[in-house]
Design a protein around this ligand. Structure first.
Ligand code: 13P
Length: 339
């Protein structure tokens, strides 16, 4: 097994998944403001350090995605953040795109930027301890979107990104996110996601990316959040698995879903249902931001010195998601916050 394949498999090994803590300063400021905490450099570090030093990291979190600011920070004990993460048996990674900007030829859509100077930035992150990276492309569903232009240009950027990352000896997480905003039904999400995945793998192939050393981070197949037709977790799981089996080459070792605005329980339950019926070779896991952090953040905001309670909540959420990677989660277990 190649080194990259080995890292990819560790990130989403059974029982484990990824903590996406790579919110940009703008996004983190929104998250902190929503719980009335001032977004200072210190507070951003304090919350993240609280999570990264929780016991739940050891058993359930195979990798942590960091933001540029965080990967360069030191903890109160003098360790760097990547060292802290490694000491808990987890792998540090880094978001390397520089954000989704207005797409010139279709200004209501987005193109992800960050390719200029990427080779040099990757070398720096590798030295700081990163073993994997993330790049997020984002697509909207409406009657006319996503356009061919958005699909092709974002896939092209993902292909070039992934090739550069492997050249720098790291595992690229390829994240094409179809947003859940809108009135569309689950079938529409399926069709759009299928088309986007096909285009992404066409570009990854063109760029000679070794798929065994990559992780896919997709959206689940869900109805829009304003859709009149709701879907059950069983339907979501069935459609999601079908879409991935049909459009993702089987050499990709692991798929780690984003939560994308699902509640904590929805994200856990849907992943559990996917794993109940997973008859593919893919390790199906999570790479959640909000669905791993929301409750912990709310608790922390009440008293930022109360590390114990915040970690207890984070440990629980991590454990629940860890169980869902083996289809061993149940609603009853949600009541047992112990560790
Ligand atoms: P959410 O799980 O909150 O959607 O975030 C995951 C992520 O990393 C989006 O890029």
């Amino acid at each position: 097994m190649s080194e990259l394949e080995n890292i990819a498999k560790q990130m989403v090994a059974k029982g484990k998944g990824i903590l996406a803590a790579d919110e940009s300063t703008g996004t983190m400021t929104k998250r902190l403001s929503s719980v009335n905490v001032e977004s200072t450099l210190e507070n951003r570090l304090k919350f993240r350090e609280t999570l990264f030093s929780a016991e739940g990291m050891k058993n359930y979190i195979g990798g942590v995605i960091l933001y540029d600011e965080t990967i360069k920070q030191k903890t109160t004990s003098g360790k760097t953040i990547p060292e802290l993460i490694k000491s808990f048996g987890s792998i540090p990674g880094i978001k390397v795109d520089t954000g989704a900007k207005k797409l010139a030829g279709s200004p209501e859509e987005k193109i992800t930027e960050g390719l200029d100077g990427l080779r040099e930035r990757l070398a720096e992150y590798y030295k700081l301890g990163a073993k994997f990276t993330k790049w997020r492309a984002v697509y909207n569903i409406s009657k006319i979107y996503p356009s061919e232009l958005a699909i092709e240009s974002n896939a092209h950027a993902l292909g070039r990104y992934a090739a550069l990352v492997q050249e720098a000896k790291m595992v690229p997480i390829v994240e094409p996110e179809v947003l859940m905003d809108g009135e569309h039904d689950i079938k529409k999400c399926y069709e759009v996601t299928a088309k986007i995945l096909k285009e992404c793998y066409k570009e990854l192939k063109l760029n000679k990316v070794d798929l065994k050393g990559t992780i896919l981070k997709p959206n689940m197949i869900l109805p829009g959040n304003k859709s009149k037709n709701k879907s059950t977790p069983q339907e979501i799981a069935k459609m999601t698995l079908k879409c991935l089996k049909e459009n993702v080459p089987s050499t990709v070792p692991g798929i780690a879903f984003l939560s994308g605005g699902q509640t904590e329980i929805e994200a856990t339950q849907n992943l559990n249902e996917i794993n109940k019926i997973n008859d593919s070779n893919f390790l199906m896991s999570f790479s959640y931001g909000r669905a791993l952090q929301q409750s912990a953040l709310k608790s922390w905001a009440k008293n930022i010195k109360d590390t114990i309670n915040t970690q207890k909540i984070f440990n629980h959420r991590s454990k629940m998601n860890g169980l869902s990677t083996s289809a061993k989660w149940s609603m009853d277990l949600e009541k047992q916050i112990t560790a």
